[in-house]
Design a protein around this ligand. Sequence first.
Ligand code: ZN
Ligand code: ZN
Length: 287
Amino acid sequence: MSTDIIAWLCDSGHVATTGQLQRYFSVRDLRRARESGLIRRLARGIYACTHIDTPLALAAQTGGRLDCVSSLARHGVWSGLERPGLHLRMEPHQHARRSIPSAFVHWSGTVQKAHLLEVAPVDAVLQAIRCLGPDDALACVESALHMKFLSDDQLDLVFLHAPARLQPILSGIDRGAQSGYETFARLKLLRAGFAVRTQGHVPGAGPVDIIVEECVGLEVDGEKWHGPERFLHDRTKDRNAELQGMRMLRIGGFHVFDDWDTTRAAIRRMVTDAQRGLPARRPRRRP
Ligand SMILES: [Zn+2]
Ligand SMILES: [Zn+2]
């Protein structure tokens, strides 16, 4: 019977209340499963299998729900450049079971019905855009859309419930951004006075992350390591874009966040050269 409980728990998101479990299993089944070590009691009335991740287990122990940037990070959505601490949601007037000194607790109600231990995506995003700085907030919403963490209907709810001070930030949403790195690169380019568009199609090369002044293609790679197939794909893409007269530059997070002045100067130089027709449109002859 223990294996039945585990299978049921796994199907239910690896966590359930005693009430939910007792609808399908006897008290004896539950005790046996606990004794076997296959399920554990996270807090009074809440059980989980061994697959439960640490942030959710901590949320259970406090009596709150995982919220804000911690929820985004758990789903691979942009949650700011810094590693997020533990952000939790407690209902107003709720009594915390246990306090975690390093946790940020947001005491407020929610817009949408929540999971047992985690707020709904709309609420996580609505809180994160308040907690993050303006550029990170925009990057978080664009990433949430790209990752399909937020649907279009849920985005409407974010607009509806976001405070007035954040509306100008939300109005800058560009659905072509595929990562927080791309959002930051785009914003920095706009502030440097460049005309940019995202996911522009270059014949033979496909979509390019950011096209600057219609003559330089910028590919912004995330942190993730790319395998040999991706390596070849990227080089072919760059070669084919160059064949079309589009100068290509491939940068990573370091070039956006830690070495922007040099990156901006390189892009400016490439744009100037391309606009003068050099060297992409007038290749030097071999001697
Ligand atoms: Zn499980
Ligand atoms: Zn927060």
